[in-house]
Design a protein around this ligand. Structure first.
Ligand SMILES: Nc1nc2c(ncn2[C@@H]2O[C@H](COP(=O)(O)OP(=O)(O)OP(=O)(O)O)[C@@H](O)[C@H]2O)c(=O)[nH]1
Ligand SMILES: [Mg+2]
Length: 227
């Protein structure tokens, strides 16, 4: 499963990925203009939840890295979107980035928001960020700190559970047809080429294990809601 961590410059995306995977890779560079290090390509990390691999990809924060942001975002199963609660002036860029990644995401891809840097005194609460950015009332916004770890794991678990809930109906169908790919194709109304792409993408997401020789697959164990 692919989770993308996005948000404006310096909001804490790389810190989020690094907290969940201490071996995470960050392709960053010192910016002469900014005077500090910024992600120029992406962050990459991996975390195992219930024996299930979740791949974390952090996007670059600079507005003009939009091509790279779109590449990193493509194919995401869910998004953690980080607002910098300490710097309202970054919200304008945040919304530009949010709108641009939404164009790349499949419709209904879940997005969980963070109101980050809550370790700093008097920063904005999730409700203030919701109001100031017209986020829908049903959007989940965690108060977080990628410095202390507040709600870092919790927000990822919440997102992964939402992704599982969205897939649960499909997973049920997949379990029924494990030894009958033709039956599955009929049920889903897909032709041979569509089935190949579909099963390959489920394998990449680690939802199934494909047995190409025997033309069957197995839904992986551990695909359940996280506690
Ligand atoms: N106080 C505080 N500082 C934070 C927190 N998270 C990150 N920072 C600081 O904010 C700066 C940027 O953090 P990064 O994790 O690199 O942010 P980023 O979103 O990856 O930044 P870009 O890749 O440049 O867009 C660093 O100096 C961090 O130490 C937080 O929760 N609280
Ligand atoms: Mg970064």
């Amino acid at each position: 499963m692919k989770v993308v961590v996005s948000g404006p410059l310096g909001s804490g995306k790389s810190s989020y990925v690094r907290l969940l995977d201490s071996k995470a890779l960050n392709i960053e560079a010192e910016s002469k203009q900014l005077g500090f290090k910024t992600t120029v390509a992406m962050d990459m990390g991996m975390i195992r939840l219930n024996g299930f691999d979740v791949f974390l990809f952090g996007t670059p924060g600079l507005l003009h890295f939009s091509v790279m942001r779109d590449i990193v975002t493509s194919g995401a199963d869910g998004v953690i979107f980080i607002f910098d609660a300490s710097q309202p002036e970054k919200d304008k860029d945040a919304i530009i980035i949010l709108n641009s990644i939404r164009k790349v995401l499949e419709p209904n891809t879940p997005i969980v928001f963070l109101a980050n840097k809550q370790d700093i005194k008097n920063v904005r609460s999730p409700e203030v960020i919701r109001a100031q950015n017209s986020l829908p009332k049903e959007a989940k916004i965690f108060p977080s700190s990628t410095r202390t770890g507040l709600n870092v794991r919790e927000s990822l678990k919440y997102l992964v559970n939402t992704i599982f809930d969205n897939y649960s109906e499909l997973l049920q169908v997949l379990r029924t047809y494990q030894d009958d790919i033709k039956g599955l194709a009929k049920r889903l109304n897909k032709n041979k080429a569509q089935m190949r792409d579909f099963l390959n993408s489920l394998e990449i997401k680690r939802f199934i294990e494909l047995d190409r020789i025997n033309q069957c697959y197995k839904v992986r164990e551990g695909l359940k809601n996280l506690i």
